[in-house]
Design a binder for this molecule. Structure first.
Ligand SMILES: Cc1cc2nc3c(=O)[nH]c(=O)nc-3n(C[C@H](O)[C@H](O)[C@H](O)COP(=O)(O)OP(=O)(O)OC[C@H]3O[C@@H](n4cnc5c(N)ncnc54)[C@H](O)[C@@H]3O)c2cc1C
Length: 379
C-alpha cells in the first residue's frame, strides 16, 4: 500500500526544492518526485544570478523578497553552493542607457534597494577589461550569484531534515484531480494535494497551462580569476529581453568562484530542441566581444542550452490551478527562477498553511488567466 502524503511536489528543480523545504518546515508530510536527478532540468542550465528586477511592481516584489530570503540563508549555505555576493553592474553604453540608469536608481532607492551610480571612469575602474568609453552604470551591491544545482540540493536537504522524502527516477504520467499522482509505471500515490513544479514541462502535466519554452544558450570559459568582478549586464538587455516576438541576444557575464567566466545569453521562442544554434551563439559571442575586447583570449570549454518556462505576463504561476484546488502550481519562472525559487516556496507554503504572506500573492495567482491563456499582458 502506498502511503498518503499531505503534498506531492512534482519536480526536483530549484523551485520544487524550495517548495519542499517550506512545506516540510511547515509540518506537511511531503514527497518530491522527479524523473531525472535533482536539479537536472532548467536548474542545471541556468546562470544563477540572484538579481532584483523592476519590469513590473510584482516582479520587483518577488525578486526583492527572494533576494532577502537568500541572504538570510547565507550562513547555512554549504561551500558547494558557491554563493558570491559580487553584485550586479548594469552597463550603460550611451546617454540613452544612462537615462535608464537614473530611472532604475530612483526606482530601487525609493524601495530600499542599495544602489550606486557610476560614471564612465567609475565603470572603467570597477571593470578594467571593458572597452573604454562606457557612459556609466548602476551597481546593485546586494545582488549575487550561486551554483544552481547545488542550491537545489541544499534546499532538498533542508526539506529532508524536516521529514520530506525525495524519489528520483520517478516519472509522473498524470496529476489526479483528487490530489494524487499516477506514475509512469501505472502505480498511483495518494495525496491531499499536488504541486506541479515541472518547469518548462509543466504543461505536459497540466494541459492548457499558459507556459511556453524559451530557449537560452550559455558558454563557460576556462579559468581566468578576476577577468570580471561583477555580474555585468548590458542595459540594452532590457530592450532585447522584452522583445518577446523575436530571437534576441544580450551581453551578460558572470564571474564564477572557480575563476571561470559564464557568458549569456540568448532568448528564443519556437525552438524546443536542445541543439546549439550556431547562428545565435555567434551573435552572442560577437556582442560579448564588443563589450570585452580581450574575451577572445579565453577558451570556451562548454556551450549548452536550456528552456525557460515563460508566461504571457512574465510572472510565475504560484497557487491553486484552475483545474482543481487539489492541484497547485509553482512554475513559469522564466529567466528568474533561481532568484525567485525561495520566495515562491515561502508564498506557496504560506497559502497552503493559511498563514499571512510576506508579499501579496495575487499577482502570481494562476486565476489571473481564468479568462483565457492570454490575459493580463504587461508591456
Ligand atoms: C540560459 C538560462 C539562463 C538563466 N539564468 C538565470 C539567472 O541568472 N537567474 C535566475 O534567477 N534564473 C535564471 N534562469 C531561469 C532558471 O534557470 C529557471 O527559472 C529555474 O531553473 C526553473 O526551475 P524549476 O525548478 O521551475 O524547473 P526545472 O529546473 O526545469 O525543474 C523541473 C523538474 O521537473 C522534472 N519533471 C518534468 N516533468 C516531469 C514528470 N512528468 N515527472 C517527473 N518529473 C518531471 C524535470 O526532470 C526537472 O528536474 C535561466 C534559465 C536559462 C535557460
Amino acid at each position: 500500500m502506498s502511503q498518503s502524503y499531505d503534498i506531492i511536489i512534482v519536480g526536483a528543480g530549484i523551485v520544487g526544492a524550495a517548495c519542499a523545504a517550506e512545506c516540510a518546515r511547515g509540518g506537511m508530510k511531503t514527497l518530491v518526485l522527479d524523473r531525472g536527478p535533482v536539479g537536472g532540468g532548467t536548474t542545471a542550465a541556468g546562470m544563477g544570478h540572484i538579481v532584483v528586477m523592476d519590469d513590473s511592481e510584482a516582479q520587483f516584489a518577488l525578486t526583492a523578497y527572494s533576494g532577502a530570503l537568500w541572504r538570510r540563508l547565507l550562513p547555512q549555505l554549504p561551500p558547494a553552493v558557491e554563493y558570491d555576493n559580487c553584485g550586479t553592474l548594469w552597463l550603460a553604453a550611451d546617454e540613452q542607457e544612462m537615462a535608464e540608469v537614473r530611472r532604475k536608481q530612483s526606482y530601487y532607492a525609493a524601495r530600499g534597494v542599495r544602489v550606486e551610480v557610476l560614471d564612465g571612469a567609475g565603470v572603467a575602474k570597477a571593470e578594467p577589461n571593458l572597452r573604454p568609453g562606457m557612459a556609466g552604470g548602476l551597481l546593485v551591491p546586494d545582488d549575487g550569484v550561486l551554483y544552481p544545482p547545488c542550491a537545489a540540493r541544499f534546499l532538498l536537504e533542508q526539506a529532508k531534515s524536516h521529514g520530506a522524502e525525495v524519489r528520483v527516477g520517478a516519472g509522473v504520467r498524470a496529476l489526479r484531480p483528487d490530489g494524487g499522482v499516477v506514475l509512469e509505471d501505472g502505480s498511483t500515490i495518494p495525496a491531499a494535494r499536488t504541486v506541479n513544479a515541472a518547469g518548462p514541462w509543466s504543461p505536459d502535466l497540466s494541459p492548457g497551462l499558459p507556459v511556453r519554452k524559451r530557449k537560452g544558450h550559455l558558454v563557460i570559459t576556462d579559468r581566468h580569476p578576476g577577468f570580471v568582478h561583477h555580474q555585468i549586464v548590458e542595459l540594452g538587455y532590457l530592450k532585447n529581453a522584452h522583445a518577446v516576438s523575436k530571437d534576441s541576444v544580450a551581453f551578460n557575464i558572470q564571474p564564477r568562484q572557480t575563476g571561470q567566466m559564464l557568458l549569456g545569453s540568448s532568448r528564443q521562442f519556437d525552438a524546443e530542441d536542445s541543439a546549439i544554434d550556431y547562428g545565435i551563439l555567434n551573435r552572442m559571442l560577437t556582442r560579448s566581444l564588443e563589450y570585452l575586447p580581450t574575451l577572445g583570449e579565453l577558451s570556451s570549454i562548454r556551450v549548452w542550452t536550456g528552456h525557460r518556462a515563460a508566461t504571457p505576463d512574465s510572472l510565475p504561476l504560484i497557487g491553486p490551478s484552475l483545474q482543481s484546488d487539489r492541484i497547485w502550481l509553482a512554475t513559469g519562472h522564466e529567466g528568474l527562477g533561481i532568484t525567485t525559487s525561495v520566495g515562491t516556496g515561502r508564498l506557496l507554503a504560506d497559502q497552503l498553511l493559511e498563514r499571512p504572506c510576506g508579499i501579496p500573492p495575487e499577482p502570481y495567482a494562476p486565476s489571473r488567466f481564468a479568462g483565457g491563456a492570454g490575459g493580463n499582458h504587461h508591456a
